[in-house]
Design a binder for this molecule. Structure first.
Ligand code: OGA
Ligand code: NI
Length: 366
């Protein structure tokens, strides 16, 4: 009889071999396979908890709103109202006419793909673990904690708040990452202004709380998968940020959990996906919600997406600012739900927990 223990030993060996290959999921696919390795297979029990498991589009009354940010003269209140409704109900919206040129979006997606398609030895130089890095290539940050590995590789670039040296970034994506970061930063400011107003606060309020400082840009690569129904591109999770702005290509697969139904976030040409992160849920005292989402694995691919996470955190140099529900948003009838935390404490807890579908916010509840 194969004991549970030796099965675990076996699995640990396979995880280590995958980790030590430093080649990510792309490395496995390049090796030529028709079946996915066991470490990627989603346990049966997880399928139930993850809702409908296949790529079937689900029909519901919900959809992800699209907000037009074009010159808002005369429409400002309407834009704020749309942002508020999305932030309170689905936690996700898409923006169009956001001001980032089409060329920049296209080049960013291409550079993200080009990085992941570099020879494995070149990428391996960026394969890092532990804190203190500004650039890091990896696959499954929670590899040894999660119940199964996801069909996805990622490249992280920390864009601040400490001054960065662009020379550290891989040359294939260096210039465009700098340019995209500058543009997405500006859009971040606009969105935080709209969100502040949507909370009934002065437009500078959230920026004043340093919500938009030093974003992290993460370029994801989802290789084509021979058995997509057995695994997941990204397990369900909510984001460790105040706000996330996501650029996705045309492939699709991103879904949001809305009243127990998975709904698609359809690719819209030149649009950007915006979602509320855990930290904005915390400081808004649950007025805005950070919603679980996931990415299905697909036969088709690769799928490329580039997430910009607004949070000012430099590993090893944690800032000590304390975050708690905003005073103006709490009252006797609506007391604070969360205790104070630093970003460092929040992020350390988030990463220790891994992507297991349980919100990190639970731990910070009073
Ligand atoms: C994330 C995420 C979605 C995607 O990076 O947190 O949810 O489409 N990404 O890659
Ligand atoms: Ni996410």
């Amino acid at each position: 009889m194969v004991s549970g223990n030796s099965r675990n030993q076996d699995r640990l060996q396979q995880l280590k071999a995958f980790d030590e290959s430093k080649a990510g999921v792309k490395g496995i696919v390049d090796g030529g396979i028709t079946k996915i390795p066991p470490i990627f297979v989603r346990p049966q029990e997880d399928s139930a908890g993850d809702g409908p498991s296949s790529g079937q589009p689900t029909q519901t009354q919900f959809s992800i709103p699209v907000v037009d940010l074009a010159d808002t003269a005369g429409r400002h209140d309407d834009v704020v109202a749309r942002v508020r409704l999305a932030a309170e109900t689905v936690g996700f919206f898409q923006v169009v006419n956001h001001g980032i040129p089409k060329r920049v979006l296209k080049e960013m997606l291409k550079a993200a793909r080009d990085f992941h398609e570099l020879p494995r030895e070149v990428k391996a130089e960026y394969y890092r673990t532990g804190p203190g890095w500004t650039v890091k290539f990896g696959s499954n940050f929670d590899l040894y904690k999660s119940r199964f590995a996801n069909w996805r590789d990622s490249l992280l670039c920390v864009m601040g708040p400490d001054p960065i040296d662009p020379q550290e970034f891989p040359v294939v994506c260096r210039d465009i990452t700098m340019e995209y970061s500058e543009q997405v930063d500006k859009l971040g400011v606009t969105l935080f202004e709209l969100l502040s107003e949507a909370l009934g606060l002065k437009s500078e309020y959230l920026i004043g709380m340093d919500c938009a400082k030093g974003p992290v840009i993460v370029s994801h690569y989802y290789p084509p998968c021979p058995e997509p129904e057995l695994t997941m591109g990204t397990s369900q999770h909510s984001d460790p940020s105040f706000l996330t702005i996501l650029l996705q290509d045309h492939v699709g697969g991103l879904q949001v959990l809305c009243e127990n139904q998975w709904i698609d976030v359809p690719p819209v040409a030149e649009a950007l996906v915006v979602n509320i992160g855990d930290l904005l849920q915390l400081i808004s005292n649950d007025k805005f919600i950070s919603v679980n989402h996931r990415v299905l694995a697909k036969n088709e691919g690769p799928r490329i997406s580039v997430g910009c996470f607004f949070r000012h955190f430099s590993p090893g140099n944690s800032l000590s600012r304390l975050y708690e529900p905003i005073n103006e948003l709490t009252s006797k009838e609506n007391p604070p739900i969360y205790r104070q935390t630093t970003l460092n404490d929040f992020l350390v807890y988030y990463y220790k927990k891994g992507l297991n579908g349980v919100s990190a916010l639970d731990y910070f509840k009073l």
